[in-house]
Design a binder for this molecule. Sequence first.
Ligand SMILES: C[S@@+](CC[C@H](N)C(=O)[O-])C[C@H]1O[C@@H](n2cnc3c(N)ncnc32)[C@H](O)[C@@H]1O
Length: 457
Amino acid sequence: MNKPRPSKKPLQKSRPRAPRPEPERIVDDGDIGMNARLAALTLIDAALEKRTGFDEAVTRSDFLSLNDSERGFARALAMLVLRRLGQLDYVIDKKTQKAPNDGVWALLRIGLAQIGFMQVPDFAAVSTTVKLAEREAHTRPFKGLINAILRSVIREGGLNTPLPSRLAPDWLFQRWKAAYGEPNAEGIALMLTEEPATDLTFKTAADLERLKDELQGTPLGGLALRSALRGNIAEWAGYGQGVWWVQDAAASVAAGLLGDLTGKTAIDLCAAPGGKALQMIAAGGDVIALDRSRNRLKRVEENLVRTGLTAEVVMGDAETWEDTRQFDAVLLDAPCSATGTLRRQPDVLWATRPTDIAKLADVQHRLLDSASGRVKPGGSLIYCTCSLEREEGETQVVAFLRRHPDFAIKKPDDATVIALGVPVESVAAQGWLRLLPHHRPGGQDGFFIAHLVRQNG
Ligand SMILES: C[S@@+](CC[C@H](N)C(=O)[O-])C[C@H]1O[C@@H](n2cnc3c(N)ncnc32)[C@H](O)[C@@H]1O
């Protein structure tokens, strides 16, 4: 099993224990049982193995053969472990003299997560974890140890909270510290433990105004609204009418920078599932939504049908797509490490390796070069990634401007920043936006966004 657990090095001093957080919504007194917990262990293993591991594991037949409540519980437990991995590993590290084997470590993680953060009675969390330990030869001898550790945490009233630097993978924390300074790195790492709210982007301001109370929403600027609702979004007001779609507030800024696109042509070169393309259409643009993934393009089609918006949908590779048209607006929301989505995808954060960032930066470089040729003179190129890594943002744009002196950065003016609800600390002196997850109260996806304009002539 591939796991980023800490070594037995001297521990940092812990902070005072935080109040016990709100438990997850799924309740289990042990009835959901062993299958769900075994499935959670499998999901966690898969998630730590590779970046797409979690998403693949939830579509496998063994997972799908579970009943609804087992699947729900397994998913919630696995996600919770991944969100709290740094904290859980910190506690296990503190409670053990010698690092236990991988199987014992994995069981302790799920046992502690249930005790610390789920509405599972403590006795059920302990007994199911011990029963799982009985099943395997390499964990059976450690039943007593598991029982003792879980009970000691219960006696202490919950889990100790480590310093923020222990919440995220150390190598990423060190990068963030080097890029943005320690307080920002800590702010980012703390966001990992937050369950994000659902942000919606509206077709029109009138729709947002009409539905904001029913959706228990807080307007975030532009056409974005943060809803306090939970549960099935298909049952929320306005979903059936297609007047909004789910999109993080920070993500909505990228297309928002293009403003009114009436009478203009636009292309989203990496369009699926379509959030930014829908925004460009709603802003009046004549839009092409291009993506190389047939499956993901189905989501674009579904979103277009539901919202009643229209675009030319094209399956193709943005780098090599042979089409000589040039556009008033080109949006490149490039494939990236997605470290900025840590609140929504903690699994991706733990499975990312430094080599992934270098490989993705190379792809982004090529996509940017190709995208530049598709911009009309005087037109706009929006480059964005939901990554916190400079190689996928700042460094990329600085190098691009050196290769393409016919482009310049357009810094958003104050009125645009205010209208789109961009936190002021997210606007860099160089003119690009570096939206960090903790810049917005309640959090947001981390994004890098640059508006590049091709000079005329
Ligand atoms: C970050 S997502 C895009 C999100 C989208 N812009 C939105 O707002 O909903 C990146 C997308 O890029 C697509 N992609 C990756 N490499 C590509 C390529 N070379 N050409 C076209 N699409 C690509 C992926 O299939 C994925 O759908």
